[in-house]
Design a protein. Structure first.
Length: 492
């Protein structure tokens, strides 16, 4: 199969799509407006084994970091609740928080793992189309239904009950330990402008469990983007801002850069967010007004800041979560909902697993949950950014050897900074919030769920498409397979 494809964006999904298309014989050019990628860092996301195998990623230097224990939270008595990847190893630590939790946690983890496997099946290909008539798609849906049925009555009942639940209700059903519920509950609201008592956050908790061992509710971290960018077979152009996508006779014909340079292609794949793709780079006159309205209403609210701390000593943890209870999470969400930075934002800190830098400093990356994109009073500036950094250090100080004095340097990126640096709409890493009404065949909207757009040869393949962010490269791989299938059928 020959032809030229332009891929817009250079995050994991876009790069995976480009490599799959190149392996199928297409010339793939990736254009990214950033002059250079971010400093090497491990990004969260489970990589489907098929993607690892197809692109021989391990042979090209893929490093997957799965910390053990994968999560830890401070306890009121001064100890820590540490959750290891092996359930048996976690038992004693869990019992310190609650003997009942230690007894019930293996059963909870087993049942949640079965539900996560259902999602894993659904994420392995394009989303099922409930209105499909093609025999092949009907056969695929029947196969999925049969595999779900084989899980048994309890698993089916769990699936129907759990997916629309608030994460708080699910966790309250199983545990009474505030520390355990806060730690797990944070997984249900990460990158969401919702609190743990919002409907559907149990689905988000399960989404973060996909691909992980039973009981592990955070995806691993890897250098996937770095590996894909240097993998041979595609061309990557940095500092190339796309001004518009060329459309002729309702067909994508290439792109025009901000410099005025035109690049012809018989296929364009967008790995950036769908609103920018279809409402800014494409003349909306090519689209149905109802679709324009639906795309404009895709929710992509950024509520996460990132802090990087450099320490003059070992941090004393691989991962540390500061989310004392579900009530604390809910209160932090309430503040962000009204444009306020919470007094106690939820934090999840990860020690970067690499040697100290030349000055002997150790790096800790911190996820700050519920930092609003837009502030009710004023705007993000250097003073407010510094104040958030002070807040992060103050909250972590009690858990660092040497306290706040161990932090020799820090930097903070607000949602506004992440939007400018990474192109994430409002700082939303997943480009579209992962909620039940924006999942599966409704992601990002039903008319775009199969990666195709109403403009022939223009496809979406970023994290706003199925299966969404946190499943690294899956959306790009799925989109590429649909493009290859269309080309073989003469529909490209």
């Amino acid at each position: 199969m020959s032809g030229a494809t332009v891929v817009i964006g250079a995050d994991a999904d876009a790069l995976v799509a480009a490599h799959y298309l190149a392996r199928a014989g297409r010339r793939a050019l990736v254009v990214d407006e950033r002059e250079a990628p971010d400093a090497p860092a491990l990004e969260p996301g489970w990589i489907p084994p098929r993607v690892v195998r197809d692109l021989a990623l391990e042979r090209h230097g893929l490093v997957v970091h799965a910390p053990d224990p994968w999560a830890a939270a401070p306890l009121p008595d001064g100890g820590r609740l540490e959750l290891a990847r092996d359930l048996a190893r976690s038992a004693a630590s869990t019992a310190r928080a609650s003997r009942r939790a230690a007894h019930r946690r293996p059963q909870f983890c087993g049942r949640m793992a079965r539900l996560a496997r259902v999602l894993e099946l659904l994420y392995a290909g394009p989303p099922p189309d409930p209105l499909a008539r093609a025999p092949g798609e009907l056969a695929r849906m029947a196969g999925l239904a049969w595999r779900v049925r084989r899980l048994g009555r309890r698993a089916i009942e769990d699936l129907l009950r759990v997916l629309p639940m608030p994460a708080a209700d699910l966790l309250d059903d199983w545990f009474e330990s505030d520390e355990l519920k806060g730690l797990l509950g944070l997984g249900g609201v990460m990158h969401l402008a919702q609190g743990p008592r919002s409907g559907g956050t149990a689905f988000a908790l399960l989404h973060g469990h996909v691909g992980s061992p039973p009981g592990v509710f955070r995806p691993p971290r890897s250098n996937l983007v770095e590996v894909l960018a240097r993998l041979p077979g595609i061309e990557v152009r940095r500092g190339a801002r796309v001004a518009r996508i060329t459309v002729r006779a309702r067909r994508a014909a290439g792109i025009v850069l901000a410099t005025g340079e035109e690049i012809a292609a018989d296929c364009v794949v967008s790995g950036i967010d769908p609103r920018r793709t279809l409402l800014e780079l494409v003349d909306p006159a090519w689209l149905d007004p109802e679709l324009v309205r639906a795309v404009r209403n895709v929710r992509a609210r950024g509520v996460v800041a990132r802090a990087t701390l450099l320490l003059d000593r070992e941090p004393g943890f691989s991962a540390l979560t500061l989310a004392p209870s579900l009530d604390d999470l809910e209160r932090a969400h309430d503040d962000a909902k009204y444009g306020r930075v919470p007094q106690r934002p939820a934090l999840e800190a990860h020690a970067v697993d690499e040697a100290a830098d030349a000055a002997g400093r150790r790096r800790v990356d911190v996820h700050v949950q519920y930092a609003p994109h837009a502030l009710a009073e004023g705007a993000w500036d250097s003073a407010r950014r510094a104040a958030l950094g002070d807040q992060v250090v103050a909250l972590l100080a009690a858990h660092l050897p040497g306290g706040a004095a161990a932090v020799v340097e820090r930097s903070v990126r607000t949602p506004l900074d992440l939007e400018a640096a990474r192109g994430w709409p409002q700082g939303q890493m997943h480009h579209a919030e992962l909620a039940l009404d924006q999942a599966l065949w409704m992601r990002p909207v039903p008319a775009l769920a199969q990666y195709r757009t109403p403009i022939r040869a223009l496809y979406l393949g970023g994290p706003a498409t199925h299966p969404g962010g946190g499943i690294a490269g899956a959306a790009g791989a799925n989109a590429a397979r649909e493009i290859i299938r269309d080309a073989r059928r003469g529909r490209l």
